[in-house]
Design a protein around this ligand. Structure first.
Ligand SMILES: CC(C)(COP(=O)(O)OP(=O)(O)OC[C@H]1O[C@@H](n2cnc3c(N)ncnc32)[C@H](O)[C@@H]1OP(=O)(O)O)[C@@H](O)C(=O)NCCC(=O)NCCS
Length: 167
């Protein structure tokens, strides 16, 4: 996917390489409040999980840069054997760079890529207590199709889908 300029930022597709994913794993721990105090061991484990999940199947890694610094990311991969569902897994924007349309721009690029790659729909799971993500997903064409109860914390993840083409 070609680089895209968004205001002061450049959005790029990154290769699934450990060095690149390490930058995004670091950002992920700055972005998600629940990850802020993760131990170095947990952070290393998360990087392994990123590498495994994204290298085992078709995937897309998008990141937005302010100069050389990654400030936002969106990661997803194919689920199942058929080119049916692209799962939008993780995404976030550094607190200093929010409300500048970066999450929306990343979402649109991801959907464009998935459509071009023949996927039927995109699925994402959003915590019900994350209004920013829920609102953005609804604005970008997702609908809620179900929910998953959490076993390790209160609340539920809302399963959201967006059809990319007629089946
Ligand atoms: C959710 C998140 C990705 C949004 O990033 P962002 O770049 O600030 O979002 P955008 O600027 O593209 O906003 C798009 C729209 O989403 C909605 N939105 C974004 N943040 C919002 C907030 N805090 N409250 C309510 N609506 C919000 C608005 O409708 C916004 O459009 P507007 O600015 O024109 O009103 C960011 O807040 C974040 O990183 N949160 C923590 C990580 C996270 O929750 N990740 C998802 C689960 S992995």
């Amino acid at each position: 996917m070609n680089d895209r300029v968004h205001g002061d930022y450049v959005i790029r597709e990154l290769p699934v390489e450990r060095e690149q994913l390490a930058r995004l794993a670091k950002l992920h721990h700055e972005v998600l409040p629940s990850r802020l105090y993760a131990t170095p061991e947990k952070q290393a484990k998360f990087l392994d999980e990123l590498m495994n999940s994204l290298s085992e199947r078709e995937s897309l890694v998008l990141a937005a840069f302010d100069g050389d610094v990654a400030v936002a990311y969106k990661l997803g991969y194919r689920t199942g054997n058929r080119q049916e569902c692209f799962y939008s897994w993780l995404g976030g924007v550094h607190p200093h760079h929010r409300r500048k349309g970066l999450a929306r721009a990343l979402t649109r690029m991801q959907h464009e890529w998935a459509r071009e790659h023949g996927y039927l729909y995109i699925e994402t799971h959003t915590w019900g207590d994350n209004p920013a993500m829920m609102i953005l997903n609804l604005q970008e064409g997702f609908t809620a199709v179900g929910s998953l109860s959490a076993i390790d914390r209160p609340g539920a993840r809302i399963i959201m889908r967006k059809l990319l083409r007629e089946s």
